[in-house]
Design a protein around this ligand. Structure first.
Ligand code: ADP
Length: 486
């Protein structure tokens, strides 16, 4: 077994520890999951999904077009009457069953997620897949308790929900969307992103095996055009979208003037703020996690770091040291900290922002890690010497690129942190509770973490302000976008 050396830490080596792909079932070709079975797309068109770590084709996936979307919506509509009238406790039982089946096949899900999307196996195995199961468990529990969620009001399902999800947390986003919709008695047409369809299709197999009535969940694959067909379909009552702000705006326009309800969870440029009284080592680790988790493909990534001037030199030096120990490489290796960039298109976007950062006078620092020859890779990157007007401070990069600025006073940092079109998340690092309370009032962000970052839980609501979208997912709040009141 080859030992690899970290170029920065002279005495430091590690043994590659790849996760086995034995017993992982991936079909060569996937059809559309409509009305409880896998069926061929009307026009018999398929597209490839590739492994972003080596550019190899993994499988072919059906391309849903207009007729297929029609079929899926019709199946969901036909199933709605029975599903919404079912004893709530019975609905809950199916959702519990889906949760348990995810747990039983957790390893398979984790490996497929890392193969198809490029994220480190440690993250798929320890974060994405367990959280996805938790979401189903949590909302299964609400199915027969809606009268407690909405006291003195009678919550009714909306009907057919069209759900469109992104490629950064494929199974987890499917769980975020499906679990509350089903618990409240809606039926669903869900579309995963075109670069990461495989775990949603595996979930379709589980859903079929759960015995849930046919047509309650339909999972169809395709790219933006398929998504737009769902958005514009006249027999859909609700659109729930997670993805880029650009597409979110387009969807909002498309549903304006229709009776469709809509929830949008869009981009972000979240501030992470370190005060001089913070536990510095803990904060540095938190910053690393905030920006490099999932290659920075995280809508709430802490992509803008603000450091109080008196500790800036120390924090930056510690950050560089810590960055140099990050292992970039094979997503299936259990040592890996940073996996592959999800697609060639996304890599180009990130590289373009790095160029812009340099051209605008930012001071770049990248670790000298050896990147694999094949696949899509980006070394962990940070930029110094920036001001509010720099493009890489204002725009979402969605990659492992951190924009660093300094500040002197609390009011200065509040103003800088809020000076963004986004409002998804923020992080605060300080030992003073009073500062935390002050900032949670002043920062315009849907989620604010104190002395931690990127912590998710099925019980807590998530969502944004401003151009980060509206509506909440998770927790009791996550039920509301799927019900109406008599
Ligand atoms: P990104 O730009 O990071 O790839 P997108 O917002 O384009 O993110 O993608 C998120 C999801 O939205 C994917 O499932 C994608 O297929 C879908 N999508 C893209 N364009 C549209 C559109 N015009 N209407 C509906 N869905 C779309």
């Amino acid at each position: 077994m080859t030992k690899r050396k970290n170029p920065f830490a002279a005495s430091w080596t590690y043994e590659p520890a790849p996760e086995s792909t034995d017993h992982i079932q991936i079909k060569k070709k996937y059809d559309l999951f409509i009305n409880g079975e896998f069926i061929k797309p009307q026009n018999n068109k398929y597209f490839e999904t590739v492994n972003p770590a080596n550019d190899e084709k993994i499988a072919e996936v059906a391309l849903a077009e207009s007729e297929d979307v029609n079929k899926a919506v019709k199946a969901a509509r036909n199933a709605f009457k029975g599903w919404s009238a079912l004893e709530p406790k019975e609905r809950g039982k199916y959702i519990y069953r889906i949760a348990r089946l995810i747990q039983e096949r957790a390893r398979e899900f984790a490996v497929i997620e890392s193969l198809d999307g490029g994220k480190p196996i440690r993250e798929s195995r320890d974060i994405d897949i367990p959280l996805a199961a938790n979401h189903f468990f949590y909302y299964a529990g609400w199915a027969d308790k809606l009268e407690y969620a909405f006291p003195n009001r009678k919550a009714k399902p909306l009907g057919v929900a069209g759900q469109i999800i992104p490629w950064n947390f494929p199974l987890l986003m499917a769980a975020w969307k499906l679990a509350p919709a089903l618990a409240t008695g809606n039926t669903v047409v869900l579309k995963p992103a075109e670069t990461t369809p495989l775990t949603a299709l595996k979930l379709a197999e589980i859903i079929r095996d759960s015995g849930i009535p046919k047509g309650v969940v339909n999972i169809i694959t395709g790219a933006g055009k398929t998504g737009a067909e769902i958005v514009n379909h006249p027999d859909i009552d609700k659109i729930s979208f997670t993805g880029s702000t650009a597409v979110g705006k387009y969807i909002q326009k498309a549903v304006a003037g229709t009776p469709k309800k809509i929830t949008l969870e869009l981009g972000g440029k979240s501030a992470n703020i370190i005060f001089e009284d913070a536990a510095i080592d803990q904060a540095v680790n938190g910053v690393i996690d905030a920006i490099f988790f999932n290659q920075g493909h995280v809508c709430c990534a802490g992509s803008r770091l603000f450091i109080q001037e008196s500790v800036a030199d120390t924090v930056i030096q510690k950050l560089k040291d810590r960055m140099s120990t990050l292992i970039v490489g094979d997503p299936l290796d259990k040592n890996t900290d940073i996996g592959a960039i999800n697609s060639k298109r996304q890599l180009k976007t990130i590289e373009n922002y790095i160029k812009i950062g340099i051209n605008e006078g930012g001071e770049i620092y990248q670790t000298d890690c050896k990147l694999p020859k094949k696949g899509n890779w980006c070394a962990p990157t940070l930029f110094l010497n920036l001001s509010q007007s720099h493009k890489i401070v204002q725009e979402e990069i969605f990659g492992p690129v951190l924009a660093i600025q300094t500040f002197r006073t609390i009011d200065e940092v509040v103003e800088k942190a809020n000076n963004t079109p986004y409002g998804l998340a923020a992080g605060v690092w300080t030992q003073k509770g009073a500062k935390i309370f002050y900032l949670t009032q002043k920062l315009k962000a849907g989620v604010i973490w104190a002395n931690t970052f990127n912590k998710f839980d099925a019980t807590s609501p998530f969502g944004g302000y401003k151009e980060s979208g509206f509506g909440r997912e998770g927790g009791l709040h996550g039920l509301k976008p799927y019900v109406k009141f008599e």
